[in-house]
Design a protein around this ligand. Structure first.
Ligand code: F0G
Length: 459
């Protein structure tokens, strides 16, 4: 338990953990995963790759493909299948896996039409075991927590990280502390952390306030922090990009579009694209663009008002509660990815999000509100000419449609009240997508009349 008492863990094995600003290698990781010299974020690096020990690209592709038919748990995981480019555990038996990853890539033909592109695909990370992309990062980071003999893990969350952490902690026989904003997370997510047995604390503050409280807790109690400041989270999340390229037979799309909240996910995906290019697994990069809600747009403002030099924090407010974040931790990493890949940052309104969500649903796929910013953002990026109609585009859908059923039901019933817009205006803008349930007498005639009306409406 020595490691727990000192609150420090060692980075060993095939990787080092380095500060993204001052470059210091942090062999002993601080409890908050920030650089002990300058306080900035850290990232995992593989020194062996520069020392002539880079894995062979063709061998990597062959090994990863072969594992798709293996039933060994580590191979059956869509994360650990790519372990040659992940930080190595001392002992693979420390891995805690729910067979995460392995998510589908869907065609979205109707959404393509409404966004003005010939072809549109979506990588649905909401098809992970707990219904969000968080599982891919969680399996890696929590496995390191177990390797380092922590009893408790903790996160501040807008709901998905906490659901994921609670599940993986339960699987790994660990205790989990969830710190979430009271009243501002979707019911599906809250219910998950309860069922998975987490100690769930709803604090009377927002996500940014929860982060501050947890920052205090980790200095006073030996808990392992599982927010995306933990660089091992991003290593796991990186694999969605690898899996995507494999699904595309290693043909790199022109654009990948990601929702932005705490800004860990786009940073992770960007890291993967850059690493795969460096290893020669692919020869080019997609442009990775980030979309935020207008009411939670710190990255958008940071880029447009300071050229990306200084973070502009905001008081966040959006019904896409997953990305209701005003002070994102990974903003520097995110900007590096935007610059390295030539991506854009865009913001979208509550009405644009709601319409896009219903459109993704109407393609038979569905997602939670935060994921729908991708389609809403794509529409803006095609309109301004940044995305051309013939270019290939992949949206990263981050959360399952069942995460936030309350939003969906209120939307279709016409009961959703969004910030910064009058109800009438919102109703008018979203009318074509709304499809309220109809309450009828229990008679076949009544239902047949409804059917007839629907046929007439659709033509
Ligand atoms: N989409 C969903 C569904 C999310 O849950 C989140 C973040 C994001 C997008 C944004 O990703 O933070 O990496 O930029 N949810 C976190 C949580 C903050 O606590 O569940 P990001």
């Amino acid at each position: 338990m020595g490691l727990v008492e000192t609150g420090r863990v060692s980075a060993i094995g095939n990787h080092v953990v380095r500060c993204i600003v001052c470059g210091q290698s942090n062999a002993d990781l601080a409890v908050d995963f920030r650089c002990t010299k300058c306080g900035e974020l850290l990232e995992v690096e593989f020194p062996g790759w520069s020392a002539g020990g880079a894995p062979d690209a063709a061998a990597l592709r062959a090994t990863w493909l072969a594992r798709r038919t293996s039933n060994v748990p580590l191979d059956a995981s869509g994360v650990w299948r790519f372990r040659e480019v992940l930080p190595a555990l001392d002992d693979w038996s420390h891995s805690i896996t729910l067979r995460e990853g392995n998510t589908p890539l869907y065609e979205l033909p109707r959404c393509a039409h409404s966004a003005g592109v010939e072809r549109l695909q979506a990588k649905h990370q909401g098809m992970n075991p707990t219904g969000s992309f968080k599982d891919t990062g969680m399996t890696v980071a929590i496995s390191f927590a177990r390797q380092n003999e922590f009893k408790w893990v903790a996160c501040a969350s807008t709901g998905n990280t906490s659901a994921s952490m609670a599940a993986y902690a339960a699987r790994g026989g660990m205790r989990s502390l969830v710190v979430i904003p009271e009243g501002k997370i979707a019911w599906g997510k809250l219910s998950q952390s309860l069922d998975y047995g987490a100690l769930t604390c709803q604090l009377r503050t927002d996500f940014d306030g929860c982060v501050r409280v947890l920052d205090d807790i980790i200095r006073r109690y030996p808990v392992y922090l599982l927010n995306s400041v933990n660089p091992y989270r991003l290593e796991g999340q990186k694999t969605a990009a690898i899996e995507l390229l494999e699904q595309l037979d290693w043909r790199v799309p022109d654009h990948v579009i990601v929702p932005g909240g705490n800004l860990g996910n786009n940073s992770a995906l960007g890291k993967a694209f850059l690493e795969l290019q460096r290893l020669g697994v692919v020869n080019s990069l997609p442009r990775v663009s980030v979309i935020q809600a207008e009411g939670a747009n710190p990255l958008y403002r940071t880029i447009h008002e300071t050229g990306g030099k200084e973070l502009i924090s905001v008081e966040a407010d959006t019904l896409a509660t997953a990305i209701r974040i005003g002070n994102p931790a990974s903003w520097r990493k995110s900007i590096r990815v935007l610059e390295a890949t030539g991506g854009r940052v865009e913001q979208v309104s509550e009405a644009e999000i709601a319409v896009a969500k219903a459109e993704i649903g109407a393609d038979g796929v569905g997602c939670e509100p935060a994921s729908a910013v991708t389609l809403a953002g794509l529409k803006k990026l095609t309109k301004c000419g940044f995305v051309k109609p013939h270019e290939s585009v992949v949206l990263i859908l981050t959360g399952h449609v069942l995460k936030d059923p309350e939003y969906t039901i209120q939307f279709h019933r016409g009961d959703l009240s969004v910030p910064r817009m009058a109800d009438d205006e919102f109703l008018a803008l979203t009318a074509p997508q709304r499809k309220a349930p109809i309450v009828l007498d229990a008679s076949a005639d009544a239902v047949l009349r409804a059917l007839d009306d629907e046929d007439k409406r659709r033509g």
